[in-house]
Design a protein around this ligand. Structure first.
Ligand SMILES: [Fe+2]
Ligand SMILES: [Fe+2]
Length: 219
């Protein structure tokens, strides 16, 4: 029996959802691959890091790792309903760089003797929903949301860089490269036509990310 158009659309959406669940599980539970070399590759591990500093830095990197989990989900969500090829290309490029960030954070947490956040599955599936909704609304607001996220992540990374002990150059190098990439992602989104978001939305985003960073520092 020939399938009705709406049945075909339903099947496509179902396939896409299954694909997203598989991708999500892979991101959450597999070791993240990285295509670029680690920015701290030429720096040896400092022997002067005290256990207290290591613990604190592992927690800071756990926050950043969770941020990258959210970034993967947001990008995938934003690609879900997007039909614009230029935006797709730019989102995919940025998502690949975020995958490097994810891998670097994961490796550094391990070296510092820490653990990734227990909240990551919740954050991932929450963020993919937010990204999906943004992609339905309108391209310019989808990009605006992306540009604002990247801007807030850059300033968050700045705040972590100044908190680091001067001895831990490895973590600093990783965060500096991540910040530079996030700034670039913001610029790319703006070049593609990102709209400026209303102040109230920016405030909500900032508040939500503060809650997220406070909780993931702890668990
Ligand atoms: Fe990132
Ligand atoms: Fe980014």
């Amino acid at each position: 029996m020939t399938k009705q158009p709406y049945q075909k659309i339903n099947l496509v959406i179902k396939d896409k959802i299954i694909e997203e669940v598989e991708a999500g599980l892979k991101i959450l539970f597999n070791t993240a691959p990285s295509s670029r070399k680690r920015p701290d590759i030429n720096i040896s591990n400092s022997k002067n890091l005290s256990p207290k500093t290591k613990k604190n830095h592992a927690k800071l990197m756990r926050v950043n790792h969770s941020g990258e989990i959210c970034a993967q989900a947001l990008y995938r969500g934003q690609l879900f309903f997007n039909k614009d090829k230029n935006i797709e290309k730019s989102l995919k490029n940025a998502a690949n760089e975020e995958l490097d960030h994810l891998a670097w954070c994961e490796q550094r947490i391990d070296e510092l003797g820490g653990k990734t956040s227990l909240l990551n599955p919740l954050l991932y599936f929450g963020s993919i929903g937010i990204g999906g909704i943004a992609s339905i609304i309108d391209n310019k607001y989808n990009l605006g949301f992306l540009a604002e996220t990247e801007k807030q992540v850059s300033s968050h990374l700045d705040s972590h860089i100044v908190k680091l002990s001067k001895e831990d150059i490895k973590t600093k190098k990783i965060l500096e490269q991540m910040r530079s990439d996030e700034c670039q992602h913001e610029i790319s989104a703006k070049k593609l036509g990102a709209a400026e978001l209303p102040k109230s939305i920016k405030k909500v985003m900032n508040f939500t990310s503060k809650i997220m960073t406070t909780i993931t520092y702890k668990i």
